[in-house]
Ligand binder design. Sequence first.
Ligand SMILES: Nc1ncnc2c1ncn2[C@@H]1O[C@H](COP(=O)(O)OP(=O)(O)O)[C@@H](O)[C@H]1O
Ligand SMILES: [Mg+2]
Length: 244
Amino acid sequence: MQLTAQPRNDARADVVQKANDIVQVKQVTRELPLGNEQISILRGISFAIPRYSWIAIMGSSGSGKSTLLGLLAGLDTPSSGEIHVDGVDITHMDEGKLARFRNEKIGMVFQSFNLIPTLTALENVEVPLFASRSSERSSARAKRMLELVRLGDRLHHRPNQLSGGQQQRVAIARALVNEPNLLVADEPTGNLDSVTGEAILDLFDNLRKELGLTIVIATHDRAVAARVDGILHLADGLLVEDGR
Ligand SMILES: Nc1ncnc2c1ncn2[C@@H]1O[C@H](COP(=O)(O)OP(=O)(O)O)[C@@H](O)[C@H]1O
Ligand SMILES: [Mg+2]
């Protein structure tokens, strides 16, 4: 596959390309109040992500990676501009519809796993199923996802009984249990040693092939760069040509 994530300033990309893009980001800005001022965290960025690709967002700490991923995942709203996911404008959706869309189409994984400590691995993975209209019995489906991330023998362990890498695999199973098209991962290997981190990256690579996923991963891990289809470099809230 050729380099697939391209900064795109021309808003009228051709129609065929649009159908192939799972994400379109158009002139997005994000400002936040700081005291009496507004600070610009994202300062007008545009790009598209082709379906089934694996894209890394790289940039130093504070460059806006988490802010951008939160917008892609529909957890936050841009100050201006539009974001389309799977052909749908998520920037102008009402909150109820967006919550359903997010639950069905977008999975999210964080650096700190964010598992519920009092629930077992299986119960953690079942959580997103309660909000969806899944016909399959939820525990069967959650179990299948945990088997997919090779934790079939840890179903009833709680997070504090699992290693960091295992906890992240539970979080990945949870993110994928509703069969989303898009997986957004914010520094998923940031709390893991390099060997465990590599294993998580292998897992992403296998899952995207098995499940037909598009993956967007924020990282400053150079090891990721070698494995992805394209890299978007963020610097100070803007996309730049390379890491400098
Ligand atoms: N809720 C917030 N309020 C004010 N500033 C924020 C908030 N969240 C992030 N920022 C600022 O926005 C910038 C980008 O943050 P972030 O998206 O977390 O960057 P990264 O993930 O690349 O480290 C940073 O300067 C950060 O301090
Ligand atoms: Mg961050």
